[in-house]
Design a protein around this ligand. Sequence first.
Ligand code: ZN
Length: 308
Amino acid sequence: MTQIKHPVLERIAQEHYQAIKKYIVNRSTYNISMVEQWVQNCFGNEWNFQKLILAKPHELELLANQYKSKCCNVFGYFETLYSYLNQSDKFTDQDDKPYQAYELIVKLGVTVCPYCNRNTIYNLRYTKRRTSELDHFYPQSKYPFLAISFYNLIPSCKVCNKIKLDNDDKEYINPYDMRFDPNKNMKFSFKLKDATFYHSVDGFKIDYKFNQKISADEKNRIENNLNDFELKDLYQNHKDTILELIQKARIYNDSYIDELFKNYEGTLFKNREDLLRLITCGYINDEDIDKRPLSKLIKDISQELGLI
Ligand SMILES: [Zn+2]
């Protein structure tokens, strides 16, 4: 579980809204005032089309809880609009360049699935083929009115998207939802089983622990993620990575790291963080853990081992 953060996230969300609105205004059989009317009729005067498309995760949750399976049939049109996100000749941006799911995911810079932090989701520039999918955090089948809402569209790997679909009544953490901090409140850990573990992955198992101050709600959501996405089991396949960290923690003690830094600062490493990334093979800053598969696992275990 990693969060999707971006310095200009709200601008990217605005551009998403503008591309959809532009299509409705210029090319749709429904005009924009009709769409505005649908939104107000269903959700009340305080809502409008823009607010619905740009609804933040906590607002999506409120709408989803309140209007599940109760909404007007007209919102089937939003599912059609969503299907256009996968077609090249429908939406265009302010500069009249095509706007599709591909452009959205590239702009967000998400390259590792936020649900599993395990599978990469690269996009091919020329054919625009994607190893990524857009997961509807609230599925279209039950919440068609959220089918094109920006913060309901989560770039994810195919496996996680399918698992989410199969568990559409469970609560998870929306990667855009900053009310939660799964990176801080859940840490991967390892449990020693055998003192000979320095030589074998059989000597330990990967475990996890929660911050004692975590809310029951957040804990439940994280546990759903760990259990339903089978992360506890899947991560056992990466014990070789952890074994290497255990070995490195013995080799790279503080004085050795100091010496390497002194010798190579400015030539091989621009700063100490650079050197630690080389040693751990993972990013050590919280804001970077979405940049490489298994970064959270590597960072948490490296901290536990005193390596970083
Ligand atoms: Zn995934």
